[in-house]
Design a protein around this ligand. Structure first.
Ligand SMILES: [Zn+2]
Length: 313
């Protein structure tokens, strides 16, 4: 390897060599030894940029790089040869191969009531911010060595050009659906589960002196609301689900509606089942036991799976 480094240095201009020395100190190199004892690597800068593919052949004192440089030895070749030599001096048998592969890490944070996403390359405990879109890395063919999964690419596409930052509300549902499939997702440095969409409001049935009160309230299981379209619901991060109700219906529900005892059959047989197809319904009434039984009987029937998932929790 020493001879190869020396051969490369002789072909480099002093400027390129100097840049390569600096790059080898700050960057990392990821790659593999090929079957014919050549070394294929990419230089990953501290900013997460992957270089074009470099091939080093220590036995033949030969090298190549896929970049467009016309130099006999480009900065990528020189930097990776220097890095490999140092790695070998440290006793690493094959550079990059035994180091844990860089994976994409997702870090969600609160910022002024909004949900913000940062993406990183994680290798062991070190996080390097992602600075280009994964689809750009993919075009350079660098994603294999970087451990980029299909879920990471889906998330990249869902982010629609955003590398890191506040998640725009129109993209929230797609972004969270993609993140649900990704391995390393944390909210404020704690792993977070991502779930199905959830409306902000639910309908509650409470006892009333004259019967039952039906009222739309903010779902009590929601502990936090992000203005850009997400909720923390039962410790699970979810996109805000669309309500299949008109604004007028929602307004009426928010005001609350009284069903007298005489209308219990209508409430249980028609109103609640219809409502439960559109938003979560929670029956808190203590004196609606037969009605609750009826409600469950109707929604757990073979015909209404939509309701079963919402009311029989
Ligand atoms: Zn190059």
């Amino acid at each position: 390897m020493e001879e190869l480094v020396e051969a490369i240095r002789r072909q480099c201009s002093p400027q390129v060599w100097q840049r390569a020395v600096q790059l080898a100190q700050t960057a990392t190199v990821s790659g593999k030894r090929t079957h014919n004892a050549e070394i294929e690597v990419r230089v990953i800068t501290r900013g997460g940029m992957a270089s074009p593919l470099v091939c080093l052949a220590p036995a033949e004192l030969d090298w190549s790089c896929e970049c467009e440089s016309n130099d006999d030895a480009c900065v990528h070749v020189a930097a990776s040869a220097l890095w490999v030599r140092e790695a070998m001096a440290r006793g690493e048998e094959i550079p990059g191969l035994h180091a844990p592969m860089a994976k994409i890490a997702y870090r969600l944070r609160r910022e002024e009531g909004l949900l913000r996403l940062e993406r990183f390359f994680r290798r062991g405990d070190s996080l390097v911010p992602l600075q280009v879109r994964l689809t750009q890395l993919q075009r350079r063919g660098a994603e294999d060595e970087l451990g980029v999964s299909q879920a990471d690419i889906t998330a990249d596409l869902a982010l629609s050009g955003i590398i890191s930052g506040k998640i725009p509300r129109p993209l929230m549902a797609r972004v969270l659906a993609a993140l649900a499939e990704c391995d390393d997702v944390q909210l404020e440095d704690v792993p977070i589960r991502i779930g199905e969409p959830r409306p902000v409001i639910c309908a509650q049935v409470d006892d009333h002196a004259d019967g039952f009160q039906l009222k739309a309230v903010q779902d009590p299981a929601i502990s936090e609301l992000f203005e850009n379209g997400a909720v923390l619901h039962g410790g699970v991060l979810r996109p805000i689900g669309e309500l299949e109700l008109s604004n007028r219906d929602v307004e009426e529900l928010r005001k609350g509606k009284l069903y007298e005892f005489g209308r219990v059959a209508d409430l249980v047989g028609r109103v609640l089942p219809t409502l439960a197809e559109r938003l979560p319904v929670s029956v808190r009434s203590q004196i609606l036991p037969s009605a609750t039984a009826m409600l469950h009987a109707c929604c757990c029937g073979p015909t209404s799976t939509a309701m079963r998932s919402r009311c029989c929790r």
